[in-house]
Design a protein around this ligand. Structure first.
Ligand SMILES: N[C@@H](CCC(=O)N[C@@H](CS)C(=O)NCC(=O)O)C(=O)O
Length: 222
């Protein structure tokens, strides 16, 4: 059985969500309402110390996209993926990797820069290279969902699980930006029974008080 080291309202939600979609058993390790204790539990078992950290026997995995692919291929009989040769395969692969490989880093970097009270002229020039990325990502997500229900095409896949966080964080960074495709998609994916089961198990007390979203406070996703 997979052991998932978890922190509430963090990327480990993705693994719990997939396990619930697949109907697989798992052990979930975290201290409800205590981000610090949950983080310390991860640091005690793995040098990277980030969520998700997953143990499967003597294998350790610490990257959410890789974990989703691993679970799907190892235990999920390929469900919620798109196989080579099927329509949507290229999109599936791209979104699984884009979520963390390109999107999150850029969006969060902009958030950090935007929250700095002052920047000298040299740093302003440096910051200018990164400002606007959240809006650029949001526009790309929105445009990619035009005419299709999910990120990989017409079926819900692990790419949607990967993309919910960057979509939310980018939207949070651009309040008032109209993204009807993204809003409809978000409603669709969060209405899934497995998403509700994830919330019940991984966020039993709702969103913790220390997590109020991005980019203002210190407990924002890193
Ligand atoms: N790219 C990694 C990111 C993992 C990550 O940074 N997780 C955050 C929580 S969402 C974390 O543990 N941050 C604490 C830290 O970096 O020390 C993944 O998707 O699994």
């Amino acid at each position: 059985m997979l052991t998932i080291y978890h922190i509430e309202a963090r990327r480990s939600d993705r693994v719990v969500w997939l396990m619930e979609e697949l109907g697989l058993d798992y052990e979930l390790i975290f201290t409800p309402r205590d981000i610090h204790a949950s983080t310390q539990a991860i640091k005690a078992v793995h040098p990277i110390g980030t969520a998700p950290t997953v143990r499967d026997g003597d294998q350790w995995l610490i990257e959410s996209g890789a974990i989703l692919e691993y679970v799907i291929n190892q235990y999920g009989e390929g469900r919620f993926s798109v196989k080579p040769g099927q329509p949507g395969y290229a999109q599936y692969l791209q979104w699984i990797h884009f979520a963390e490989g390109s999107a999150m880093g850029r969006i969060l970097t902009e958030g950090i820069l935007a929250s700095l009270p002052t920047l000298d002229a040299r740093n302003q020039a440096l910051a200018a290279r990164y400002l606007g990325n959240a809006r650029r990502m949001l526009a790309f997500f929105e445009q990619s969902l035009a005419g299709q229900e999910y990120f990989a095409g017409e079926a819900f896949t692990a790419a949607d699980i990967m993309m919910l966080l960057p979509a939310r964080v980018a939207q949070g960074a651009c309040p008032g930006e109209a993204t009807p495709n993204l809003a409809a998609w978000s409603e669709r994916v969060t209405a899934r029974p497995a998403y509700a089961r994830m919330l019940a198990r991984a966020l039993p007390n709702g969103v913790p008080p220390t997590y109020q979203g991005w980019p203002k406070e210190e407990a924002a996703p890193s």
